[in-house]
Design a protein. Structure first.
Length: 322
């Protein structure tokens, strides 16, 4: 039995790698896959296999009678998307790069795979495709007991800047906001400061955000920080001369997925239950977010209030995001 299972897994992996290799080398005189590209493809197979297994375990057969298996995946579209993401440099084995979510396409009767950029993935794309990438990007949360003073550019100040002091590092109080700062070493007059109140941060929280992240379970601080981090790198203008087919494919998915309600649901269900979406003739679906934790908690609307007690920050900043 174990031997048969191993052969089945080997067959799936071989078929997947064959499809990916075909897309990578489809152009005339295209070079063979590099060892790095082959490793990325293998990482996508592992991530996808795990996502399909989890989704099948949590599938409600009464609402969805199509098993979440490789046999029911739209492999042609998947191969194109994997190649595009891999060429951009997004690696599902790296924390917060990119995550995969299977969802049913009722029009084709197959499962498509949503590719969700993590906050590090957004950073990577901004640096690779940015028009005027800052030499440094600073992202900070500001707490009630901190001292923060923005210095805006005006007739007295040629350089936009700020003063920030953590006067009580072990008792900073509750989060009151945050900021990000784009710094240019050779042209400091271009430096840019963006200040976000707590209200500004929470406005960016999905309507169906996970209580485990945004509630009292320890991730509230990390989620606020990542919210500002994502905004900081999304604020970098993309250089049209650097745009390639891979970027356009990923960007097209992101732009088509403009329904915030559906987006929030997929964010809440990433790597969890399969999303069953009805398609129109021209509709495609993509997602933007990061995976939910391992617990099978039902996503719930989070309140706008911060948790009553902050955790001691034992979690890594590279933990789950949104």
């Amino acid at each position: 039995m174990a031997t048969e299972l191993a052969k089945k897994e080997e067959s799936l992996s071989t078929r997947f790698m064959t499809a990916i290799t075909k897309e990578f080398t489809s152009a005339v005189d295209a070079p063979a896959l590099t060892s790095h590209q082959r490793r990325l493809a293998q990482n996508y197979f592992i991530a996808l296999d795990q996502a399909l297994e989890k989704a099948e375990q949590r599938r409600n057969s009464k609402k969805n009678d199509l098993p979440v298996t490789w046999a029911n995946v739209n492999m042609q579209q998947l191969a194109l998307d994997v190649v595009a993401a891999a060429r951009v440099g997004l690696d599902p084995a790296q924390p917060n790069h990119i995550n995969v979510v299977p969802y049913k396409n009722n029009k084709t009767g197959k499962y498509d795979i949503g590719f969700i950029d993590g906050y590090r993935g957004i950073e990577l794309k901004a640096i690779k495709y940015g028009l005027d990438v800052p030499d440094g990007v600073i992202v900070e949360l500001v707490y009630a007991n901190d001292t923060f003073k923005p210095i805006k550019k005006d007739h007295r100040n040629k350089v936009e800047s700020y003063e920030f002091e953590v006067s009580s590092p072990f008792d900073r109080g509750e989060i009151v906001g945050g900021f990000y700062y784009h710094a240019y070493k050779n042209n400091p007059e271009k430096n840019k400061l963006v200040v976000m109140s707590l209200k500004d941060i929470l406005k960016r929280k999905p309507e169906y955000a996970s209580k485990e992240f945004w509630g009292k379970d320890g991730w509230y601080e990390k989620m606020c920080h990542k919210t500002i981090h994502r905004a900081a790198y999304r604020d970098i203008t993309i250089d049209s001369q650097k745009i390639d087919d891979d970027y356009l494919r990923l960007k097209k998915q992101e732009e088509l997925f403009s329904d915030r309600e559906i987006e929030a649901v997929i964010e809440a269900e990433a790597n969890g239950p399969v999303i069953d979406i009805e398609y129109t003739e021209t509709e495609e679906v993509v997602t933007d977010g990061e995976p939910e934790p391992e617990k099978n908690e039902k996503p719930a609307k989070a309140t706008q209030k911060p948790p009553e007690k902050e955790q001691n920050g034992q979690q890594s900043i590279d933990g789950p995001g949104f």
